[in-house]
Every structure is written in C-alpha cells, then in structure tokens.
Ligand binder design. Structure first.
Ligand code: HEM
Length: 306
C-alpha cells in the first residue's frame, strides 16, 4: 500500500528517464524477477507498459496503450504520437553523476532482452520553470490532495499509480519571435508574475487544462522537467494519476478532439513521444508485483543493491 516515494516528491536538480522495450518475450519473466527484488528508494520510479504485463501473462485493470491523436487541420498537421514502450524508469538526483551511476547500476542488474528506446537527461531550470520561461507546476495538488490525484486509493492496485510520459520538443525561436503579450496568451499566465490572465483566450493552455473544469475533475500530479542542449530543447512531461482517464481527457481537449479548439502550446511545441505505465505500490521497500501476476507469479529472490 506504500506508493513509490519519488512519485510524491518534487523533482531534484537533475533527472534521467529511460524507456525500455522488450526484444524477446521470453525475457519478460527474468526481468519481472529482477524488478521484484530491486529496492526502491526516493530516487527511482519504475513503471510497466501493457505489453510487458501481457508478456508476463499478467493483468493490470485500467492500464492500456497510449492513444495517438490527430489534430484538426488548423493545427498545421500536428499530431500526438503514441510511442508506447514496455518499461519506464525515472531517476531523480542532486547531481547528474549520481543519476547516471544509478542508471548504470540498474542496467547491469537487469538480464538481457531489453533495448533502450529513449534515455533523456532532464534538469531543473531556473527554479522550476519550463524552458519557455513559464513556471510549471503551480496548480499541482499538494499534500493529501496530491495523494488523492496520483495514487490509486483502493482495490487490488491500491498504493500504485499510473503515469503518462510524453517528450515535447519546443521551437523556442518561434516563441521568442512572438510579442510578449502573445507568448503570455499561449500559456494564459504572465511570465514574470505567474498571475493567471483574466483575459486569457479559450486556446490558452491553462484554460484548456483547468483541472476543475472536467467532469469528474482531472487532478493530476505533474513532475515534468526540461531537457535538451544546443540542438534540441523541450519538456519531458510526466503526470501521475490514480487513473489514466484524467490525463487522456485533458490531452484530448488540448488536441482539439472535443470541440476543435487546439491548445495554443502547439504553436511552439509538439509531442514527439507518448506512453502509459503502471507504477506498482511497494511492499517491504520493493515493487509489489503480486497484483499483476498473482502470488505464484513472482519467485522469491535474494536482495540486490543498486
Ligand atoms: C510543452 C508541454 C507543456 C508545457 C510547456 C506546459 C506548461 C504549463 C504551464 C506553464 C502551466 C501553468 C502553471 C501550472 O499550473 O503548472 C501548466 C498548467 C497545466 N498543464 Fe501544462 N504544459 C505542457 C503540457 C501539458 C500536458 C500534455 C498536459 C496534460 C495532458 C498538461 C496539463 C496541465 C495541467 C492540468 C495544468 C494545470 C491547469 C490548472 O488546473 O490550472 N500540460 N502547464
């Protein structure tokens, strides 16, 4: 019933996100055993995609593949791609070296049969801003509200969480070329004061995503972080939820699937990846995989240190 602690903790200075895909279905069971004996502390979150669950003959109600979306033509051919992988690992650390040490130790521990689809180094930018300069995370639920938004409250999966992970690629030059007022109107907030604009248009990101405006309310816990360098920059978007419907409802509205109104964010950013993962609860400091595969599905294994 204990959530993976890093889900509820704010990002540190750096992060590293791995998305992994199974190359051989017969490796799924050895991988399951390796993950079952991995101690999970406050620097690591592990999630499993539906294909991995299938490969171990398991079942996780509410987990599904990430849905691709096609935006209305007015959005210039933008799309929301699905790049569903099998395992998602998020490391948070105070310095990049520590994150890398942990990632390498984890990779050494895992048996073969996995390919690294993505390996993204993320970082905190100017105290928690997106690279566009806007503060990110202001309307995140706090305390018990954060638990309620992110953690599955009851049933066999209680204490677990679902995560939507999406890498967005920014066009910061396109944003910089716009007058400041237009930039603020895209987000719906004043970049300096972080105040919500009274006159924000319906296309503004905070209007499209206002969590209480959904039925039921779409509260989620966002733990996104910037990534990139000289060539490419963007946001590695991460949202934990007690179910996937809340993220999907917001994403659908952003993509104009409900009313044809596309989120103005698409004027300077596009998603390049998208996946859904189940992040199991912990039992005795390790991933409780019993809800997925049943009590007989995970053999007892010795402790390992990462
Ligand atoms: C390029 C990608 C994105 C950027 C740069 C971005 C940035 C922001 C910023 C600056 C805010 C306002 C401050 C805050 O409350 O955090 C915000 C709010 C929010 N964003 Fe995003 N966001 C992105 C993608 C997404 C996606 C994909 C979703 C979910 C599908 C999402 C969901 C939300 C929600 C729920 C809020 C709070 C709305 C409210 O209740 O006021 N964002 N985002």
């Amino acid at each position: 019933m204990t959530p993976q602690p890093a889900i509820l903790l704010p990002p540190l200075a750096v992060g590293q996100v791995l998305t992994l895909r199974l190359t051989a279905a017969q490796q799924a069971k050895p991988l399951l055993r390796a993950f079952a004996c991995l101690p999970i502390d406050d620097s690591l979150v592990v999630g499993f995609g539906w294909h991995f669950v299938q490969a171990v003959s398991g079942n996780v109600p509410g987990l599904r593949g990430f849905p691709a979306m096609t935006l209305p033509e007015s959005a210039g051919g933008a799309a929301v791609p699905a790049t569903q992988a099998d395992i998602w690992v998020y490391m948070r650390a105070a310095e990049a070296g520590a994150a890398l040490d942990r990632v390498l130790a984890l990779m050494r521990l895992l048996p073969g049969g996995l390919t690294i689809v993505e390996d993204v180094a993320t970082f905190t930018y100017r105290g928690g801003r997106d690279l566009s300069g806007y503060e990110d995370g202001t309307e995140n639920p706090l305390g018990t509200a954060a638990d309620a938004a992110a953690i599955i409250p009851n049933g066999p999966l209680a204490g677990g969480s679902f995560v939507a992970a999406q890498r967005w690629v920014h066009d910061l030059s396109a944003l910089a070329a716009m007058p400041r007022k237009e930039q603020d109107a895209i987000v719906g907030r004043d970049r300096d004061s972080n105040e919500e604009l009274a006159s924000a248009p319906t296309t503004a990101h905070v209007k499209r995503t206002a969590q209480e405006s959904f039925d039921p309310p779409a509260f989620m816990l966002r733990r996104s972080m910037p990534y990139g360098g000289a060539r490419e920059q963007g946001l590695y978007f991460v949202a934990y939820g007690a179910d996937l419907d809340r993220f999907e409802g917001v994403m659908r509205r952003m993509a104009g699937q409900d009313d044809g109104v596309v989120d103005a964010l698409f004027r300077f950013s596009r998603p390049a990846t998208g996946g859904y993962y189940w992040c199991p609860a912990l039992k005795d400091g390790k991933l409780d995989l019993v809800p997925m595969v049943g009590a007989g599905g995970v053999d007892a294994m010795p402790d390992v240190a990462v």
